[in-house]
Design a protein around this ligand. Structure first.
Ligand SMILES: Cc1cc2nc3c(=O)[nH]c(=O)nc-3n(C[C@H](O)[C@H](O)[C@H](O)COP(=O)(O)O)c2cc1C
Length: 526
């Protein structure tokens, strides 16, 4: 499909792109909606004997062990998630910092025995604890680590080198010269492996790529901030180039995002050429089931040329909320001097999704602090000007001191919550969150809703990746902001259209993208 994307020197640029056949993303979205009926029509049973192994292992590569000794940055978690380091700051990580960034984003932080084996819980929340997100390091020479392309192996906390030499130039080329990538001493590429998550979630997994990559990136950006490293998320790149550099099989595993970390004034050299490595990896399951709709939406959202990438980024469509028409309540966040001082590393290590909420109230200050510290904007190539956002936050408040129970929408720019309707909606919230107890027992459920048509109109199918990713990052921050205040949180899935119905007429035309519940854990009360 030919499509004019922006103008250059007064002339429209026409680009041949699959990306703008946005029926593909809309069809995928509709086909993967959960509803009361769809859940009952598809009673998917899990083949436990075929559960995917949660780690990618290259048996022929020698591990370069990383130090697990954490450096105490002492930066309060609420500062680390709430601040953005200026991009022009000259800042380079060393190997210890790289290890800490990886550990606190995707490392194994807890283990739990269960009758069938052991679960290795990671630093960031992940749907079903299936951990389909892999991290790869692409760097120039940094203190303690030679320039190269490495796979992060969470299983034994090590790096395995895929290429030696400085390959950052290949990513500069793949991102059409994206300035943050061009000046980054360190780039962390996230990939997602379909089957690891689709074993349980089938075709809905493609949404989870954004959610689960997002929670990892929320941690990564916060830890980077604690080291005063600027960080920027890049979702626009030539897919084939990045997949090729990592030597991954795009039928099974695909590059999803790049994180540019740190800043150096010099540009990287041209990359050496990379040829296929043909390295063996340990199979993750005895057999895998393919869900072609996911590869279809991935292919239809892939970018192929530098021109396409260049015109893809920036110029975020404005999706302003209508001015408040109902009662508004100003948020009342804690001041800097009042926020809990637990460091980002302490908070990440104690985070774990709440398995039961107590129904006890949280305070308006706690909720306000969460809202304020998580929604200041994400530094990303699809969010421009800085601070732009794709998702809007809608809340069901059950138990927040100083706030009537009811449905609200958050006006970020006005710093107010607008009441849409008052009432006790615990039963409805439990239903909307796929008939689970967690959203009914939480103090507040925070839904992320977006105008998909507007986003796809500007960004094409790839906007679908961006909107899920932004929600995952902000949702990941909500987890951290809750745990920093000794509250609990959990991501949740939902009945798509019923959520929109619940918040309508205000939410009419929007789509449900993400849900996170916050409250007081019942664990300590039992
Ligand atoms: C986006 C998202 C959606 C989730 N949905 C649910 C859910 O519907 N029900 C549930 O019990 N847990 C849900 N979880 C929690 C995961 O099961 C949990 O993150 C995973 O088991 C890893 O455990 P941890 O978060 O304690 O490290 C969700 C997590 C995320 C990030």
């Amino acid at each position: 499909m030919w499509r004019a994307q922006r103008e250059k020197n007064g002339y429209p640029i026409f680009i041949l792109s699959n990306n703008f056949n946005t029926d593909v993303a809309l069809t995928y979205h509709d086909a993967t909606k959960h509803s009361y009926a769809s859940i009952r029509a598809n009673p998917h049973s899990l083949d436990w004997a075929n559960q995917p192994f949660p780690f990618k292992i290259y048996p022929s590569l020698t591990p370069l062990n990383l130090t697990s000794k954490l450096c105490q940055t002492r930066m309060a978690a609420l500062s680390a998630i709430g601040e953005i380091v200026a991009t022009q700051t000259e800042a380079q990580p060393d190997l210890k910092t790289v290890a800490q960034l990886l550990y606190l984003s995707a490392g194994v932080t807890r283990r739990r025995q269960y009758p069938g084996g052991e679960i290795y819980f990671r630093a960031a929340a992940c749907t079903g604890a299936l951990y389909e997100v892999e991290l790869y390091v692409v760097c120039g020479d940094i203190k303690g680590l030679d320039a190269g392309v490495y796979q992060f192996s969470a299983a034994d906390f090590s790096l395995r080198r895929l290429h030696s030499g400085d390959y950052r130039g290949a990513l500069v080329e793949a991102t059409a010269g994206e300035p943050a990538i061009a000046h980054a001493p360190l780039i962390i590429v996230s990939t997602c492996t379909y089957w690891r998550n689709a074993w349980k979630y089938q075709a809905r997994t493609y949404r989870h790529f954004g959610w689960d990559n997002g929670t990892v990136l929320a941690n990564l950006l916060a830890v980077a901030t604690s080291f005063e490293l600027p960080g920027k998320i890049i979702a626009g790149f030539k897919d084939a180039d990045v997949n090729c550099l990592l030597d991954i099989d795009p039928m099974r595993e695909v590059a999803f995002s790049l994180a540019a970390l740190g800043h150096v004034s010099t540009l990287p050299p041209l990359s050496p050429s990379s040829s296929p490595l043909g390295l063996e990896t340990v199979p993750i399951s005895r057999y895998e089931v393919d869900y072609p709709v996911m590869r279809e939406v991935h292919t239809a959202s892939s970018l192929e040329s530098s021109e396409e990438v260049e015109t893809w980024r920036g110029h975020t469509p404005q999706s302003n909320l209508p001015p408040p028409a109902g009662v508004t309540i100003p948020i009342q966040p804690l001041a800097d001097a009042e926020v809990p001082r637990d460091s980002i590393e302490q908070v990440i290590l104690r985070r774990g999704s709440s398995r039961r909420f107590s129904r006890l109230p949280v305070s308006l200050a706690q909720l306000s602090t969460i809202l304020e510290r998580t929604t200041h904007g994400v530094s990303a190539d699809f969010l421009d000007p800085p601070g732009a956002q794709l998702n809007q936050l809608y809340l069901i408040v059950h138990a927040v001191e100083g706030l009537d129970a009811g449905a609200y929408v958050f006006h970020r720019d006005l710093r107010v919550l607008e009441c849409l309707k008052k009432g006790d909606f615990r039963i409805q919230a439990g239903y909307l969150g796929l008939e689970q107890e967690l959203p009914a027992d939480a103090a507040v459920d925070i839904f992320f809703l977006a105008d998909l048509r507007l986003i796809l109109e500007r960004f094409g199918n790839r906007g679908y990746r961006a909107v899920q990713l932004e929600a995952g990052i902000v949702g990941g921050r909500v987890y951290l902001a809750a745990y920093a205040q000794r509250l609990g949180a959990t991501g949740l899935t939902f009945y798509d259209d019923d959520v929109i119905q619940f918040f309508s007429p205000h939410a009419q035309g929007k789509s449900a993208v993400f849900l996170v519940a916050v409250g007081k854990s019942a664990k300590h009360l039992i």
